[in-house]
Design a protein around this ligand. Structure first.
Ligand code: NAG
Length: 309
């Protein structure tokens, strides 16, 4: 487009304008030399591609309208924006929520205790937390596996030995691993918060099976997880009132961190990049003005010779 525009400007407009505008434009046409059949084929191809695109779009739209599902609202999370870090006090409470509530069923298998050091807890606190857990280790010199207290380098143990055991204990539903749940669900943090706070009685006409609960934010509505949190289900060590929404917000912030452990570093890097970038941009601008000043302040004049008479 730009190239052809340039071509028109350079050759077309500077030449004397003999023919009509139509003739001129047909001179620049790239399809002028094409045969009729080739033109027809290209047209058909265009129509077909457009049609397939429209079909895919309409299917996509119809799939969206198909499920009866409540879309979570957008909540004003504290980490939103280009320069806001995660709320580490909230993450520390979120760890308490995971440990006392979620960890009964959900694993956090990609997080090690050491990851919490200097993020939510000090090194000593993390060592103490890890020692509360029993970790399966081995084999020892007799070839047997044994349990030992956890170390900071251990990964957080799974509440079930395998998926089958997890399903058997939960009416056939498999509690997903929570390490990357915020990134793994559409509308991540808003979904997690809405799901945790959104349990309600099923509307008329919907019957749930034994061990199922109704949650409008869960695809299909019937969820195998009982409402996990309610007011005062735990007590926060920092004295924050443990309301349902406070607990849901803290665990969501914590899970946001487990899904995006590089979050704070990424934003810090952005600030540094911006600072360096501004300096470099200013330098580039000055350089450009400097280098171009000769060119820009040069005046070219074309004075035709007078015709000899
Ligand atoms: C945690 O922070 C302390 C103090 O800044 C530092 O000495 C220590 O090396 C850090 N530990 C880790 C694992 O980053």
């Amino acid at each position: 487009m730009a190239a052809s525009l340039g071509r028109i400007c350079r050759s077309g407009f500077l030449k004397s304008n003999n023919g009509s505008l139509f003739n001129q434009s047909s001179q620049f046409s790239t399809v002028k030399d094409w045969s009729r059949s080739r033109k027809a084929m290209v047209s058909c191809l265009g129509v077909a591609v457009g049609g397939v695109g429209a079909l895919i779009y309409s299917l996509e739209q119809s799939v969206k309208a198909f499920e009866l599902i409540a879309h979570p609202p957008h909540y004003p999370w504290s980490w939103e924006g280009f320069v806001n870090s995660l709320d580490h006090a909230s993450m520390r409470r979120g760890w308490e929520v995971y440990k006392n509530v979620c960890s009964a069923c959900h694993s956090l298998k990609f997080v090690a205790f050491r990851h919490l050091i200097n993020v939510t807890h000090t090194e000593e606190e993390v060592k103490a937390i890890a020692e509360e857990y029993q970790i399966k280790d081995g084999p020892d010199d007799k070839g047997e596996y044994f349990m030992r207290p956890g170390k900071a380098s251990d990964y957080i143990p799974n509440p079930y030995p395998n998926e089958e055991a997890a399903r058997a204990a939960n009416n056939g539903a498999y509690p997903p691993d929570l390490s990357y749940i915020v990134n793994g669900r559409h509308n991540g943090e808003n979904y997690v918060f809405s799901l945790l706070t959104g349990f309600c009685d099923p509307p008329a006409g919907i019957s749930l099976r034994e061990g199922q609960y109704f949650n409008p934010y869960f695809p299909g509505g019937a969820i195998g997880m009982a409402p996990p949190i309610y007011d005062e289900v735990i007590e926060f060590e920092d004295g924050t009132p443990a309301t349902t929404s406070q607990i849901a917000k803290d665990i969501t912030t914590f899970l946001m961190w487990t899904s995006n452990p590089e979050h704070d570093e990424r934003k810090y890097l952005f600030i540094k990049t911006l600072a360096v970038g501004i300096v470099l941009m200013a330098g580039c601008y000055w350089m450009k003005r400097h280098k171009w000043s000769t060119v820009k302040s040069t005046k070219l004049a074309f004075i035709p010779k007078k015709k000899q008479q």
